[in-house]
Design a protein around this ligand. Structure first.
Ligand SMILES: Cc1cc2nc3c(=O)[nH]c(=O)nc-3n(C[C@H](O)[C@H](O)[C@H](O)COP(=O)(O)O)c2cc1C
Length: 181
C-alpha cells in the first residue's frame, strides 16, 4: 500500500487496462457482480477524501494521499447479481451464503487492480469501507449496492509507512499447513 502520490496524472489507457483487470477478476457462478465507480475529477476526489476522513491521516503524519491520488476506484458489489444467478436452474436453487461470494469477488477485483497498477508502473492504496460513510449519497450509489472500499491510484511518491507494518510478517508455518492443519 502506497499512501502518497505525485501530481502526475494517470495515463487513461493505462487506467482502462487497470479497470479491465478488475472487471475480469473471477466471480462466483460468473455472476459478475463487481461494480466500480472511477473518479478522476479533482473536486470529487477532494470530497471523497473528506468523507473518508483524510484529516485523521494528516493528524497521524500521513500525506494527503486520498485527495492527492489522481484516481479513485470505489469497489462495489451488487449482491442481487448473486442472488439472481444462484436462483438459476444450473445452480440448483439456493446457496446458504455461509461464504458471501460478493465480498470474495470484490476482493479478487481489488487485488487484480493492485497488481495491474504495479504492472503499469503505478502505485495504489486501499481504504476499507468503514471509512466510506457518506460516499453513497455523494456519488449516487444505489442503496442495494454494497461498498467494499476505495482504491487510490497514481504515481507513487515517498510515504510514511503504516504503523501496522511494525507487527512484522506472521511466520510461514503459522500460515501454511502442508497436507493437514
Ligand atoms: C480489507 C483491507 C482494508 C484496509 N483498510 C485500510 C484503511 O482503511 N486505511 C489504510 O490506510 N489502509 C488500509 N488497508 C491497508 C493495510 O493497512 C495494509 O495492507 C497493511 O498495512 C500492509 O501493508 P502492505 O499491503 O503494503 O504490505 C486495508 C487493507 C485491506 C486488505
Amino acid at each position: 500500500m502506497v499512501r502518497n502520490y505525485t501530481d502526475e496524472p494517470v495515463d487513461l489507457q493505462a487506467l482502462d487496462r487497470i479497470i479491465e483487470a478488475g472487471v475480469r477478476a473471477p466471480s462466483a457462478g460468473f455472476s459478475q457482480g463487481q461494480r466500480f465507480v472511477v473518479i478522476t475529477d479533482s473536486e470529487t476526489r477532494a470530497r471523497v477524501a473528506q468523507a473518508a476522513g483524510e484529516h485523521e491521516y494528516l493528524e497521524k503524519g500521513f500525506d494527503a494521499w486520498i485527495s492527492r491520488a489522481p484516481v479513485h476506484i470505489i469497489i462495489c458489489a451488487d449482491k442481487k447479481a448473486y442472488l439472481d444467478r444462484y436462483s438459476e436452474q444450473d445452480k440448483s436453487g439456493t446457496d446458504d451464503w455461509t461464504v458471501p461470494y460478493w465480498w470474495i469477488d470484490a476482493g479478487a477485483s481489488f487485488m487484480a487492480i493492485l497488481y495491474a497498477a504495479v504492472d503499469e508502473g503505478l502505485a495504489a492504496g486501499f481504504l476499507g469501507a468503514h471509512t466510506t460513510e457518506g460516499l453513497r449519497s455523494m456519488l449516487g450509489i444505489p442503496q442495494d449496492i454494497l461498498v467494499a472500499g476505495i482504491v487510490t491510484l497514481g504515481h507513487g511518491a515517498p510515504d510514511l509507512r503504516s504503523g501496522s507494518l511494525a507487527r512484522g510478517r506472521t511466520a510461514r508455518d503459522e500460515v501454511i499447513h502442508w497436507d493437514s492443519w
